[in-house]
Ligand binder design. Structure first.
Ligand code: UDP
Length: 195
């Protein structure tokens, strides 16, 4: 599977199954990784926000999220095969985690929402090991406190729902300390799952 560029932002031409294969290899290679789900709003934000642009350019995997990304890719002659959204990746990662015993942590969204999303995920995969839910805050002054909470829970997979660009910046800023094998910004996914 190849990688294209739209306005300087790399996007991987992965299907959902391929994205999950990449995620699985990230979980097994001993390193720490970041996945971004790139929609048109990400690409526009990256044009005016150099820090966000740098994070997208350094991420290990950028999935095409949103029909507009597919349209732009086809328009410039580098078509992509399909979309891979935050909701799809969250469900796929939950399946992977339940199958292989990986621990999952849910950071972000309004108080109680991550817990409600966890209830939904556990009802679908009863063996799923969700080791923490924390609404928290994307402001840097809370980084240290949130790092402690996450490091004590020792997750393999960290889902961060602070909306873009804050969730991607939070992950890039904190991963050198927490070194979670796989961290991914998931936007409104917890709200969606909690219904
Ligand atoms: N959020 C949060 N703290 C904040 C700002 C946002 O927890 O300071 C959460 C919000 O409750 C929601 C998610 O971040 O669950 C943003 O979802 P949205 O669909 O807007 O994400 P985007 O499409 O902007 O990435």
């Amino acid at each position: 599977s190849g990688r294209i560029t739209i306005l300087g932002i790399p996007i991987d031409d992965v299907t959902e199954a391929e994205a999950l294969e990449r995620a699985h290899s990230f979980l097994q290679d001993g390193g720490w990784h970041q996945i971004c789900t790139v929609n048109p709003e990400f690409i526009m934000e990256a044009r005016r926000n150099p820090a966000f642009r740098a994070v997208l350019q350094a991420a290990d995997l950028n999935t095409p999220d949103g029909f507009g990304v597919l349209v732009a890719a086809r328009w410039q002659g580098t078509p992509l095969r399909g979309r891979v959204t935050g909701v799809e990746l969250t469900l796929g990662l939950a399946q992977l985690a339940a199958t292989h015993g990986y621990r999952m942590f849910l950071l972000g969204a309004a108080p109680g929402v991550a817990e409600a999303a966890a209830v939904v995920l556990r009802s679908r995969w009863p063996g799923l090991h969700i080791v923490g839910c924390y609404a928290g805050s994307p402001a840097a002054e809370y980084d240290e406190q949130q790092r402690q909470i996450i490091m004590q829970a020792q997750p393999h997979i960290l889902l961060v729902a602070y909306g873009h660009p804050r969730q991607e910046l939070w992950i890039a800023r904190n991963q050198p300390f927490i070194k979670v094998p796989l961290a991914i910004g998931v936007g409104g996914t917890f709200d969606y799952l909690a219904g």
